[in-house]
Design a protein around this ligand. Structure first.
Ligand code: 13P
Ligand code: SF4
Length: 310
């Protein structure tokens, strides 16, 4: 079946099911192009919360679909591929965090969790952040409590420096962003000397030090649009290149992948395909389901984040 036929079928099924399709900026171009909304984790969380239709098809990874369930529990949330996980989420199992907090009860940590984590971790957190609002949220953290930042040591270290506040960092990371090396960035800089290097804060410090600008996926769009530069080396997952090329025409965007290596692709994000999207709308599965007690506990820190980032 051609992509065009699949797209037609998806549009038809979407009407029949009264569904909305939300997609993260790391999704395949053809999925981004047919989605009702494309965005970063923060914008997608808001869209999911506001969704009034019966079904939310979440083209992203599991924790994102789970977040949609937490914020809008009366909708059916579908994830086209149930194996779409996240290495960053996996680097902080809820039981390990609970044990750490129990062992360090005397410290009375204020737990800040990056949205890339499981519902179990969210339920243990005081507040959630995304890469787009981590500075703003941490600035509101109580001054008299030490901060524990989970699970991403890179976003944590970058934010700590930005807000000038020490934080204890969980030792987690995203395997995609950790694949980028300083040598490769230097090589690309030499190849495109006029280009600006824009990187995601999930990158390691040696990369961040080479960047002209560090920001979340969503903020890359206005940054590149407003910059005087005509070319950009984009140090994050490849999916954002499609969005940048579409929304910032006339400028050139160069990704970190190369011929022998699609090292800038998140294998989990790319598990979703048009065919699986069609199948999930047709079969109404895989559906993401969560337990109500856990949902209520995870909703509080998520809602706190949404209220603070208005
Ligand atoms: P954003 O928060 O920028 O959407 O990024 C999510 C993500 O998974 C980054 O790897
Ligand atoms: Fe998770 Fe990294 Fe993939 Fe983002 S790019 S979804 S952090 S594994």
């Amino acid at each position: 079946m051609s992509n065009q036929d699949l797209i037609q079928e998806i549009q038809q099924l979407k009407k029949e099911r009264n569904a909305v399709i939300l997609a993260h900026s790391y999704q395949r171009p053809e999925i981004q192009d047919l989605a009702d909304f494309v965005g970063d984790s923060l914008a997608l969380a808001r869209k999911a919360q506001e969704a009034e239709c019966d079904v939310i098809v979440f083209c992203g990874v599991h924790f994102m679909a789970e977040t949609a369930c937490i914020l809008n529990p009366t909708r059916t949330v579908l994830l086209p591929d149930k194996e779409a996980a996240c290495s960053l989420e996996e680097s902080c199992p809820a039981e390990e965090l609970a044990a750490f907090l129990e062992e360090n009860k005397d410290k009375n940590y204020y737990v800040v969790a990056y949205i890339n984590c499981s519902i179990g971790v969210k339920a243990l957190a005081d507040v959630i952040v995304t890469s787009g609002n981590s500075q703003r949220i941490i600035e509101t953290a109580p001054a008299d409590r030490p901060i524990l930042f989970v699970p991403d040591r890179n976003l944590g270290a970058w934010t700590a420096r930005k807000v000038g506040r020490e934080m204890t960092l969980w030792n987690g990371a995203c395997h995609v962003h950790e694949r980028f090396t300083r040598d490769r960035v230097l090589e690309m800089r030499a190849q495109y000397p006029d280009a600006e290097v824009v990187c995601h804060p999930e990158c390691q410090e040696p990369i961040r030090l080479l960047a002209d600008h560090i920001c979340s996926t969503e903020k890359m769009i206005p940054y590149c649009r407003d910059s005087k530069a005509a070319r950009f080396i984009i140090v994050t997952e490849s999916g954002i290149l499609h969005r940048l090329r579409k929304l910032v025409p006339g400028k050139e965007f160069i990704g970190m992948g190369f011929e022998q290596c699609s090292c800038n692709e998140c294998e989990y994000m790319k598990l979703n395909t048009l065919e699986k999207l069609r199948n999930c709308l047709r079969d109404m599965e895989p559906e993401v389901r969560i337990e109500e007690d856990l949902r209520r506990r995870a909703e509080k820190p998520l809602q706190r984040m949404l209220d603070l980032s208005l």
